[in-house]
Design a binder for this molecule. Structure first.
Ligand code: NAD
Ligand code: ZN
Ligand code: ZN
Length: 384
């Protein structure tokens, strides 16, 4: 089968790989119909995630048709068109039982932080992902969900990560009616977080990025204010000034480890890897939220350490909430929001790219060319 192949930092190609096989009675094999490239894939692409092995297939956002099921799969049948959440979750461990499906203790037993994630290095369990024609889906009775009748598969594919992550960012932020919400990052996740902030009763939503076309997009899509941090002397002062010097009620970090905007952070976090990515947006978040406020982090940082101003967190009395999104927990609510037209996920898709051209897809998305917001890969069999 055709699949994306990681050859080393910034080296991606498409190649022929063996077909995945059922290895456990609860596995399913899914023929992919759409898969996305995510901001999280850029951390892998840039070589910033430990234990990303040459030969890995990335891709944790995909939908497809069930081709084969193991003998203990009862919830799916051959021919079902399913959306597959990016978290691989057993559904029965201590953490899954609490709804912490991103922290499953069984799907990634060598780690104590994150659970298994499709196509996300051996740090996240070493599973191959969905930027391929076929993928093996473990624990097929737990997270994979049949796409509801009438739902566009391009809406469904964004329910595997982007929509739940943006929604959970707003949920973790504990937004109270009328709150001023600042969202750092206007990539797909930040755009969705800004959109969802209103659902929790925000009174004012401010998006901050430095890519003009993305600011323009979020302004229209999420009906919010949007500003370029390159136009500001200091984003923290800008936010304080616009909130009567109080600071924002809540701030969401939807940027993570690839943040721009601070030379020292960029050199230590991205160029020399002396810390687990550049924590610029997180610094700005901590310093621009009001005293007693909440910082919600969905931007991904690596498993090692970052320099963060913990003294400011303590002395301001902040609450920090962070996690990988728990997709399965949120799906029932978010499927309804999509069906009712409250969220229109596929509007984020700007590029539909043949799987054969996956390397171009990464280059385009990574360099933010051609007004790219969200690229989706289409395997040959889904184009017939
Ligand atoms: N927690 C989760 O479950 C989860 C799920 C999906 C993605 N993520 C993470 O969310 C983050 C965003 O994902 P995405 O797909 O939107 O990625 P993306 O790379 O498309 O978007 C990131 C945006 O941040 C902007 N940016 C860079 N530095 C900034 C700064 N200092 N301040 C404000 N904006 C800045 C970039 O210009 C870009 O538009 C990534 O770190 C990704 O790994 C987390
Ligand atoms: Zn993703
Ligand atoms: Zn579990």
């Amino acid at each position: 089968m055709l699949a994306m192949d990681y050859r080393g930092p910034k080296r991606i190609r498409v190649t022929q790989k063996p077909m995945p096989e059922i290895k456990h009675p609860e596995d399913a094999i899914v023929r992919v119909t759409r898969s996305c490239i995510c901001g999280s894939d850029l951390h892998l692409y840039n070589g910033n995630v430990p234990d990303t092995r040459v030969g890995t297939t990335f891709g944790h956002e995909f939908v497809g048709v069930v081709e084969e099921v193991g003998s203990e799969v009862t919830k799916l049948k051959v021919g079902d068109h399913v959306l597959v959440p990016f978290n691989i979750a057993c559904g029965r461990c201590h953490f899954c039982k609490q709804g912490l499906f991103g922290n499953c203790h069984e799907s990634n037993p060598m780690a104590t932080a994150v659970g298994g994630i499709f196509g996300y290095s051996h740090t996240a369990g070493g599973f191959h992902g969905g930027q391929a024609e076929y993928v093996r889906v473990p624990y097929a009775n737990v997270s994979p969900t049949v796409i509801p009748e009438g739902m566009d598969i391009e809406d469904a594919v964004l329910l595997t990560d982007v929509v739940p992550t943006g929604y959970q960012a707003a949920e973790m932020a504990g937004i109270q009616p009328g709150d001023t919400v600042v969202v750092f990052g206007a990539g797909p996740v930040g755009i969705m977080a800004a959109k969802c902030a209103w659902l929790f009763g925000a009174g004012r939503v401010i998006s901050i990025d430095h890519v003009e076309y993305r600011l323009e997009f979020v302004r229209n899509y999420a009906q919010c204010e949007a500003y370029n941090f390159r136009d500001m002397e200091d984003p923290v002062v800008f936010i304080k000034k616009t909130t009567d010097w109080m600071g924002a009620d809540v701030v969401i970090d939807a940027v993570g480890a690839e943040a721009a905007g601070n030379t020292m952070q960029t050199i230590t976090g991205r160029k020399t890897l002396l810390q687990a990515g550049s924590a610029t947006a997180l610094h700005w978040a901590i310093n621009s939220v009001k005293k007693g406020g909440i910082v919600s982090i969905v931007g991904v940082y690596g498993p090692t350490d970052n320099l963060v101003p913990i003294g400011n967190v303590l002395n301001k009395g902040l609450t920090i909430r962070a996690n990988q999104a728990s997709v399965k927990r949120l799906l029932p609510r978010l499927i309804e929001h999509v069906q009712n037209g409250i969220i229109n996920p596929k509007a984020l898709i700007t590029h539909r790219i043949p799987l054969e051209e996956v390397a171009d897809g990464y280059r385009l998305f990574s360099a933010k060319l051609d007004n790219c917001i969200k690229p989706v890969l289409i395997p040959p069999s889904a184009r017939m």
